[in-house]
Structure formats: C-alpha cells, structure tokens
Design a binder for this molecule. Sequence first.
Ligand code: TTP
Length: 368
Amino acid sequence: MEETQRKQHIVLHLDLDAFYASIEQRDHPEYRGKPVIVGGSPDRRGVVATASYEARRFGVHSAMPSRTAQRLCPEAVFLPARFEVYRAVSGQVMAIFRSHTALVEPLSLDEAYLDVTAAVGDLEEAAQLARVIKQQIQSTTELTASAGVSYCKFLAKLASDAHKPDGLTVISPEQAPAFLEALPIEKFIGVGKVTATKLREVGIAHGADLKRLGEERLRALLGKHGSQLYRFVCGQDDRPVEPTRERKSVGKEVTFERDLLDRGRMEAVLEQLARQVEDRLVELDLYARTLTLKLRWSDFQLLTRSVSRSNGFRDAQSMIPLLYRLFAQLNDGHRAVRLLGVSVSNLLSRDEVQRTGQITALTLWDRE
Ligand code: TTP
C-alpha cells in the first residue's frame, strides 16, 4: 500500500479566480476593488455568469438571477460577457500549462488538471512548479489562479478550492484522511442536491460519517454510486488525467471521379458532407461557429468561402442553407467541379455553448 501510494501520480489542478469578472477588472481599471457581475442584465431575466469577490461578499454567485443579485448588491456594475476575450486568455493559460506537461486536461476555459508525475519528484517539487505556473499566469495575463497539488484528481481539485483566491494548497497522502473526513458531503463528486438531502436525512453530513457508514451500507443507500463515494472518502481516485488535443476543425471532402456539372448533384453532395460533419461533431460532443465550403474547379483552382455565426451550431440542418448560399456565390453554373468539401472550425465545447447560449439569449431578450 505504502509502495503503491508513493508510485502514485502527481496531479495539479489550476483554476483562475473569478475568471470573467477578473478579466473585466483587468481591462477596466475603474472597476477594480468594486463589485462586478458578468452576465445577463438584471432588467429582465438575465443570470449571473460570475461575480467578482467584492460582489460575492454580498451573497452573489454564478447562476443566480441577475435581478436577485442586484437586490443583494445594488452598487454592483453589471457587464455583458466578452467571450472572444475570455477564449483568448484561456488560450494563453492553456499554453502555459502545456509548456510544462503534455498531460493537460482542460475542464473549462479557466480550469485544468495537469499530470506532472514525469516533471517532478515529489509533492514539494510539484508545489514549487505550481508556484511557477501561477507566476507565469500572472505575468502573462495579469490574473491570479488557485492551485491544488495532490496525488489524484479529486484531491487536487479540492485543494485548489481550499484557499481561493490566489491560493496554493498541497494535500499529501498523510493529510488526505483528515481533510476528507472534515469535508461536507456536498463537496464529494456525484453528491448533488438530491443525494445530499437523502444523506443528511439519515444524519450523514461529513466525510467521516460516510466513512463510518462503510461501503456496503453506502451501496445499499445509493447503489453503485455508493461504492465510488466510499472510494473517494478513502482518498482513492484512479481516474487518469486525460489530455485533450485541441482540435481546430472538423471536415469532410470528396473528389469526384468525373467532374460534376449538375447543380442538383452538387447540392446533394454538400448535404451529405454536412451530415458527416454533424456526425463527427456529435461524436466529439463539440459545436462550431465557423462553416467553410471548399471547392476545386476542374482546372484545379481551389476556392474556400466561410461564414461565422455567434452561436454554436452542429446540425446539418443549420449548415445546409448556409452552404447553398456560399456555393451560389462561387458557382456561376457553367464550370465543372472536381472537389467539394465542408468543414467547421472555431469549435466550442457543450459547456461553452450552454453558457454562451444562456447569456446571449437572455441578453438579446433584454434588449427587446
Ligand atoms: P468557475 O471556475 O466555476 O468560477 P470562477 O472562475 O468565476 O470563480 P472561482 O474563483 O470561484 O473559481 O467558472 C469559470 C467561468 O465560467 C466563470 O468566470 C464564468 C463562467 N460560468 C458561467 O458562465 N456560469 C456558471 O454557472 C459558472 C459556475 C461559471
């Protein structure tokens, strides 16, 4: 046991502090030190994406209706989200992470796990590395991040959350049991509102209670999930850090054996390609904002045309009319086509689409 523990991985979890709000305070010095809320407008039905720490002191938090937030903190400045900027900053931060290890698993724009087992000898060196990364983030982006250092993902994430903002917390295998025993059950992965209520009803409030209950009773209470919870409370989490290569685009193309002249056939091919692109996006659980049509004439001349939409899309149905339009711009109806291609880029995760959609939809609504 001791031996396997020593051989265990070393994982960092880095999370920028009040990400969107800190970027707004960075870019608007007049808002520094003031309560800032990024999200939908309070006039109608906007929600809070995030609040600066000054606003959090009034009880404002993410996903709260902006109107409630305004009531709690009347002097708060409400700002619309600037996703382009947040994405660009995220790119800088992820590049810093990737300069230290290839094993980077982003969880969202401002948060990632890093497996640094190969880069450092022990947790102390890992903490030193976390300090360096925090400094690099600070000097590159003028933002602060909180870091957690431990031997598994679950504990590294809890550690980064332990001393926010600008924190650095190490949880060693020796410290883990006491830390987990004191932890409220809501902090355990998979314990949502329903499970927490169920557990609290039977007097289980902290990790120590979960541990005391034992695996079998937890399993009887929560099913398969109970066993996993028991493993977490014992500090066992063998989920690997899974690096995601940043995919820039998804595309399909076809070269015809015989050049095509028939417009109807060309459109049918575009539809088919759009469906294949949709299938791939669904497989990868990604959305896109830019659609590109590629076309090669029979004389080998290659042309591309793109169109972007601010909201993410992934279904062929929304790509097809845009493709027809791009195609009509390129094709005069007299030339034969040798190749057709459809690709999408400017990719977004489901999480980003949901958040963007929620905020932009409500912002548009607000303006009506
Ligand atoms: P988080 O990392 O959850 O929070 P945070 O960075 O704002 O604050 P903390 O210091 O407590 O980590 O989320 C990252 C960004 O994602 C956040 O700045 C705004 C956005 N977001 C939403 O749009 N909606 C949400 O419900 C949440 C939780 C976050």
